[in-house]
Design a protein around this ligand. Structure first.
Ligand code: ARG
Length: 271
């Protein structure tokens, strides 16, 4: 299996905290070790560098504790960047910060007309854009994504509030294959997934409950939460190399490796 070297955007969790609850993982009364969160994030960043990826960083903004989840900052494909519109007011001010970064980096900008939480809900799988809805990104946003990027958009209906973003329920492994938790999707979406990806890896609830599907694959190496041991074993059986990382502190906000990572897809050649 060939690994693709990726250009990634991350945001250091300098101001990370769990101050509000906008998903079932978040408990503002539970203690969070902010220093450990930074250390764990640095290990994730180092893991990408060791794999030969390029990591760019956006400056964190005080008062935006969830900004570490850079996947929600946009959708970037073929040199086009679609900015985001958050469902929750607590995250609204992240959108212009990410937008300004994309603009300065020279991407062709598009503005969202509906709630759209970026790569948290929008995943490029081969020649299809899989787009989640049900909790965050609005169904109406899917049509705009198709118009802007010109990839057929497949709507994925999410049904379990713990798996509120598509990237908590499904991982793209390479151009042809994904891993997912069937129960996180409506019956119709499960049928679509079976049709599109007959060889997909099915994750267990135990894997999903440690955010094991919130993983980043370069086609050969899969970076995933260390606690997702069943999923890691299945992936190794399929020939992937798995790299477990511990993001226990960020998980208290409902995020894992993929949430911290936005893929910047430059030109047509680099999907
Ligand atoms: N606390 C954040 C939220 O609820 C976590 C975002 C996780 N990001 C992701 N791509 N799944 O919005």
């Amino acid at each position: 299996m060939d690994a693709t070297s990726q250009r990634l955007l991350m945001c250091r969790p300098t101001y990370f905290a769990v101050d509000y609850a906008i998903n079932p993982w978040m408990d503002p009364n539970a203690p969070v070790d902010a220093a450990l969160a930074v250390q764990q994030w640095e290990q994730l960043r180092q893991t990408y560098l060791d794999l030969g990826h390029t990591v760019e960083e956006i400056t964190p903004v005080p008062g935006l504790p969830d900004m570490v989840f850079a996947a929600n900052g946009g959708t970037v494909i073929d040199g086009k960047a679609m900015a985001v519109q958050f469902r929750d007011p607590q995250r609204a001010d992240e959108a212009p910060a990410f937008r300004a970064w994309f603009e300065a980096a020279g991407f062709e900008m598009y503005d969202p007309k509906h709630v759209n939480e970026g790569e948290g809900d929008v995943l490029l799988a081969g020649d299809h854009l899989l787009a989640g809805t049900g909790f965050r990104t609005a169904h109406a946003a899917h049509a705009q994504l198709q118009e802007v990027f010109g990839y057929p958009v497949i709507t994925m209906q999410l049904v379990d509030p713990r798996f509120y973003h598509l990237d908590t329920a499904l991982t793209v492994l390479d151009e042809r294959t994904v891993a997912y938790l069937p129960e996180a999707f409506s019956p119709g979406s499960q049928a679509v997934l079976r049709r599109l990806f007959p060889d997909a890896v099915h994750a267990t609830m135990a894997d999903a409950e440690v955010l094991g599907l919130n993983a980043v694959s370069d086609g050969r190496h899969v970076v995933l939460p260390a606690q997702a041991t069943d999923l890691a074993a299945k992936l190794r059986d399929r020939g992937y190399e798995t790299i477990g990382v511990d993001l226990s502190e960020l998980r208290k906000a409902g995020g894992g490796p993929k949430c911290c990572t936005l893929r910047l897809r430059q030109g047509k050649a680099s999907k």
